[in-house]
Design a protein around this ligand. Structure first.
Ligand SMILES: Nc1ncnc2c1ncn2[C@@H]1O[C@H](COP(=O)(O)OP(=O)(O)O)[C@@H](O)[C@H]1O
Ligand SMILES: O=P(O)(O)OC[C@H]1O[C@](O)(COP(=O)(O)O)[C@@H](O)[C@@H]1O
Ligand SMILES: [Mg+2]
Length: 491
């Protein structure tokens, strides 16, 4: 860092401390704060460095400034006022002049964990090709079946040839799983196999797992870079602009919405209901609705709704049917969970990773609407319910996600080769950065219903907000704050 930057805290003692307590915070002038990421030299002094092989690479040597300045940082907040403090920054991603690994020395591995997401295979492909093309690395192992694959499944050698076409396929060629994270067995396996770069692709749960793997690696003093690549179709990962696969999902969701629209237009008092993914965040539903313009109502977890009475969903449906003859409802899978739990006896069930298993809001709501209109209102309605969630999740990534996945993979590789560790990569206000694990795991990204985007949605669908201004403000006060009272990052 610049000489005028003052390190105020490097790290706490390594005994039993995790996450933010190990933060590397650097402060500078005018309220500048760098939330830095760990480096191998933090705990292994005097590591030798080598010139970055990119400088002899014909493709790269023509780039005017192909090495990132070691002091470059990316601002978390870009809308500022004259007197604002400069605020939080992250280390800029990209190739460094010096690397901490020789090509022959690198033994990398890649693992995918959690739910599927379009683009997983592209990230795998680009890590393999990037390591090989840019850094001459040839020993790359694929860990099969998620975290437990480190100690309970087979591995496979990943070569350029092997991964050549995989970006055209959905899913993950390595397989994935939930649960099964046993830190010491995983690190034993890393150590036994002589792996020194670990690329971990997964969502918030996976990044928490990666963080504890990093801490154990550091405790053992191993020269192993632990690098996270954030994945989730729900787009709920904090700090980064957007997660890969999200655009593909929104695009694919249009097909289901179109089908619901066609069905609803063709039946008597037709109602099309489409359920989309989004456990805690309604980004897919919100963006798919805004993109389509055929949707009359979008329901998301962040905005509670009610059915009966004035301003309720039934009243709105009846109004829409009467004025337009048909309507389309899009809902995120996490919407209305509390409402449903009130009317059903539900038991709290979890998946093997500890995520709450949701009740099927699409089925439930469809039945409620049918019952209300046929039994109470004595109206004929034709309701068609479409659940395309797994069909959407299983597609290959679209063109723009493919490019995004390539950038993520390259940022990850450059960071690993430069000796950074214990970090996640991702774009922050359009520039790729290295972000400490705790920053992406301590909060989740959610739709802010007091932001302009939700207002745009409400004005495009004309649906009721289901809440008074006071209620919205109050619920956002709770939602926007992490446990330390700092606002969580929203899109
Ligand atoms: N707090 C945690 N600590 C360690 N590992 C975790 C933690 N939460 C989840 N994991 C592991 O991360 C993997 C993926 O988590 P999951 O929640 O299923 O998906 P995602 O990473 O997409 O959120 C699982 O193998 C799970 O055991
Ligand atoms: O059926 P599965 O595999 O448990 O996945 C369902 C969940 O996976 C998701 O698609 C994404 O979740 P993760 O990214 O946390 O894996 C959620 O939207 C959905 O609730
Ligand atoms: Mg998750």
């Amino acid at each position: 860092m610049n000489g005028d930057l003052r390190k105020i805290a490097l790290e706490s003692s390594m005994n039993g401390l995790t996450g933010r307590s190990l933060a590397k915070i650097v402060s500078g002038d005018a309220g500048f704060v760098l939330e830095d990421v760990p480096h191998l030299t933090d705990y292994i002094p005097d590591l030798p460095t080598y010139p970055n092989p990119l400088q002899d690479n014909p493709a790269w040597s023509a780039v005017k400034q192909y090495f990132v300045n070691v002091d470059d940082t990316v601002a978390q907040k870009i809308v500022v006022q004259k007197g604002s403090a400069r605020g939080t920054h992250f280390r800029r991603a990209g190739p460094r002049q010096k690397v901490y690994f020789e090509p022959d020395e690198v033994h990398a591995c890649i693992v995918t964990c959690g739910g599927l997401c379009p683009g997983l295979n592209t990230v795998i492909r680009e890590i393999v090709c990037g390591l090989s093309d840019m850094y001459g690395v040839e020993r790359i192992l694929g860990i099969e079946g998620g975290y437990r694959g480190f100690y309970a499944r087979n591995t496979r050698q990943l070569t350029r040839k092997y991964v050549n076409d995989v970006h055209k396929r959905g899913g993950t060629i390595l397989g994935t799983s939930r649960g099964g994270h046993d830190t010491s067995k995983i690190v034993d396996s890393i150590q036994d196999r002589g792996i020194n770069q670990v690329y971990i692709i997964g969502g918030d749960g996976t990044q928490k797992g990666a963080s504890v793997i990093f801490e154990e690696v550091r405790r053992r003093g191993l020269k192993v870079s632990v690098v996270g690549i954030p994945k989730t179709i729900d787009n709920d990962i904090a700090v980064i602009d957007k997660s890969f696969g999200f655009d593909s999902a929104v695009e694919e969701a249009q097909r289901a919405i179109n089908a619901a629209h066609v069905e609803s237009e063709s039946g008597e008092n037709g109602i099309g209901v489409v359920k989309l993914m989004g456990r805690y965040s309604g980004f897919i539903a919100m963006h798919a609705t805004l993109a389509s313009r055929d949707v009359d109502c979008c329901l998301i977890p962040e905005s509670p709704f009610y059915l009966e009475g004035k301003g309720g969903l039934y009243e709105y449906i009846e109004k829409r049917i009467k004025e337009n003859g048909h309507m389309v409802i899009v809902l995120a899978e996490g919407a209305g969970q509390e409402l449903m739990a009130e009317s059903m006896r539900s038991t709290e069930m979890q998946d093997p990773s500890g995520n709450k298993l949701l009740l099927d809001v699409g089925m439930w709501l469809s039945q409620k609407i049918k019952d209300h209109f046929t039994k109470v209102r004595k109206m004929v309605i034709t309701l068609k319910y479409i659940d395309p969630t797994y069909m959407i999740r299983a597609i290959p990534s679209n063109a723009s996600d493919n490019v995004y996945c390539t950038l993520l993979a390259h940022s990850a590789i450059h960071g690993g080769m430069a000796g950074y560790t214990g970090f996640t990569v991702g774009p922050v206000n359009g520039r790729h950065a290295y972000i400490p694990f705790y920053a992406v795991t301590e909060t989740q990204n959610q739709v802010v219903i007091t932001d302009r985007m939700w207002a745009r949605l409400l004005s495009s669908t004309n649906q009721p907000s289901f809440q008074t201004h006071q209620e919205v403000t109050k619920s956002m006060e709770c939602l926007n704050c992490s446990t330390d009272g700092s606002p969580s990052k929203k899109n």
